[in-house]
Design a protein around this ligand. Structure first.
Ligand code: PLP
Length: 372
C-alpha cells in the first residue's frame, strides 16, 4: 500500500491537457502557430483598460462580473442574468460538468472533438463517451445514438478544434430537438466570430428555444486575450443559476473584466481580424493543397494538414523540420490524428514562411525517398 494521499477514483486515469509547443529552440526567430491565437494581438483599447485598472488591484472585483455580463448582454442583446463569466470558457465547461455529471453519468462528444470535454467529464467523476465522426466532422445521428438516460452533457464544438469543421444551424437544431430534456447540449462556439458561412449560427437563437441548451464563448481567440483567461456561457436561467452556486467567487480578475469590456467595444479590431482570416485561410488552404498535402476544409482560424505515411514525409518529420525553422505547429496525435499537424493562420510573414518551408519539406522528402 502506498502511504501517499489517494485521489478520488478516476482522477489518476486523466491524462493532463498538453498544450502545443510554444518555443523552437535554436531557431533565430519563431512563429507560434500552435494555439489558434490571433496574429493581430489584443485590441489596443483592451490594453489601455487593463493597465488603467491595475491601480485598483487592492480591491476585490465585483463577484459576479456584473459589468462584463452587462457589456456582453448589450453587445449580443442578451439578458445579463443568463450569462456566466468564466476564467476562460474552459472554466464554464468545467462548472457544467461538476454541476451535472456525477459517478455513473456520461458526457458525450464527437471523435475528434476538443479534448477538454473528456478531461472535464472525467474530473467530475463521469464516463466519457465518444461518438464516431464522418469525414472529420461531428455527426448528429452518431451523437444521438450515444445518448441514454445517463447522458448529462453532449458537447459540440462548433466549429470544431482541431478539424475546423462545423455543423450548419439546421443540424444543431436537429440535435437540440432530439435530445431528452434531461440532457444538456453544450455548444462551444469558441471560433464563432471567424465563421462567414450563412448557414452557421453560434447558437444564441437555439439556446433561446430550449431549456437544455447552453452556449460557451471565449475572449481567447478573435479577441486576443488568451493570456487573461476570459470566457462566458449563455443559457436558460435554471442552468446559469445552478452554475453560479459552484462558481468560485471572484473567478474573473478585474483586469480581465476591464480588458474584455474594452475588447467587445472595439468593433474595428474584430473586423480587421475577420478580414485577415478571410483572406489568409483560403490562401493557406490552396497553397498547401497545391503541394500535394490534404487540408481539411476549415471555417475557423486554423487548418489541419494531413501528411503522407511515407518515411521522410510524415507529420512527425514535418513537425521537426518546421520547428527547426522556427515554425511551431500543433501535433494532434493526442486527438487520434497522428498524421496531421494543425496550423493557426498567422500574420503575412508567418504564412509565407510556412508555405515555403512546406514546399522545401515536400521536395526534400520526395528526393530522399527516390534515392533509397
Ligand atoms: C480555444 C478553445 C476554447 C477556449 O478556451 P478558453 O478557456 O476560453 O481559452 C474553447 N473551446 C475550443 C474548442 C477551443 O479550441
Amino acid at each position: 500500500m502506498s502511504n501517499l494521499p489517494i485521489p478520488r477514483p478516476g482522477v489518476l486515469s486523466i491524462d493532463a491537457y498538453v498544450p502545443g509547443k510554444s518555443a523552437a529552440p535554436g531557431a533565430t526567430r519563431a512563429f507560434k502557430l500552435s494555439a489558434n491565437e490571433t496574429p493581430l494581438g489584443p485590441s489596443p483599447r483592451a490594453i489601455v483598460a487593463a493597465r488603467d485598472i491595475l491601480e485598483e488591484s487592492a480591491l476585490y472585483p465585483e463577484g459576479s462580473s456584473r459589468n462584463l455580463r452587462e457589456a456582453i448582454g448589450a453587445q449580443f442583446n442578451l439578458d445579463p442574468a443568463r450569462i456566466i463569466a468564466g476564467a476562460g470558457s474552459d472554466e464554464v465547461l468545467e462548472l457544467l460538468a461538476l454541476a451535472y455529471i456525477g459517478p455513473q453519468d456520461e458526457g458525450v462528444y464527437s471523435q475528434y472533438g476538443f479534448l477538454e470535454y473528456k478531461i472535464v467529464t472525467l474530473s467530475a467523476g463521469g464516463r466519457p463517451v465518444v461518438a464516431p465522426e464522418k469525414n472529420y466532422s461531428a455527426d448528429v445521428d452518431s451523437l444521438l445514438s450515444c445518448v441514454n438516460e445517463k447522458t448529462k452533457l453532449v458537447f459540440l464544438a462548433n466549429p470544431n478544434n482541431p478539424t475546423g469543421s462545423y455543423l450548419p444551424e439546421e443540424e444543431v437544431r436537429r440535435l437540440a430537438a432530439s435530445l431528452p430534456k434531461q440532457t444538456i447540449l453544450v455548444i462551444d462556439a469558441a471560433y464563432a466570430e471567424y465563421v462567414t458561412r450563412t448557414d452557421y449560427s453560434a447558437g444564441i437563437n437555439i439556446v433561446d428555444e430550449y431549456t437544455n441548451v447552453v452556449m460557451t464563448r471565449t475572449f481567447s481567440k478573435i479577441y486576443g486575450l488568451a493570456g487573461l483567461r476570459l470566457g462566458w456561457g449563455y443559457g436558460p436561467s435554471a442552468i446559469i443559476e445552478t452554475l453560479n452556486r459552484i462558481r468560485p467567487p471572484f473567478n474573473i480578475s478585474s483586469i480581465a473584466s476591464a480588458a474584455g469590456i474594452a475588447a467587445l467595444a472595439d468593433a474595428e479590431h474584430i473586423q480587421k481580424a475577420i478580414e485577415h482570416n478571410t483572406r489568409w485561410l483560403p490562401w493557406l488552404t490552396n497553397e498547401i493543397s497545391a503541394l500535394g498535402l490534404e487540408v481539411l476544409p476549415s471555417v475557423a482560424n486554423f487548418i489541419a494538414i494531413r501528411f503522407p505515411s511515407t518515411p521522410g514525409l510524415t507529420a512527425v518529420d514535418a513537425d521537426q523540420f518546421l520547428t527547426k525553422k522556427g515554425l511551431i505547429l500543433r501535433a494532434i496525435g493526442t486527438y487520434g490524428m497522428p498524421d496531421f499537424l494543425r496550423l493557426t493562420v498567422g500574420g503575412q510573414e508567418a504564412n509565407h514562411a510556412v508555405v515555403s518551408a512546406l514546399k522545401e519539406f515536400m521536395q526534400k522528402g520526395k528526393n530522399s525517398f527516390k534515392n533509397e
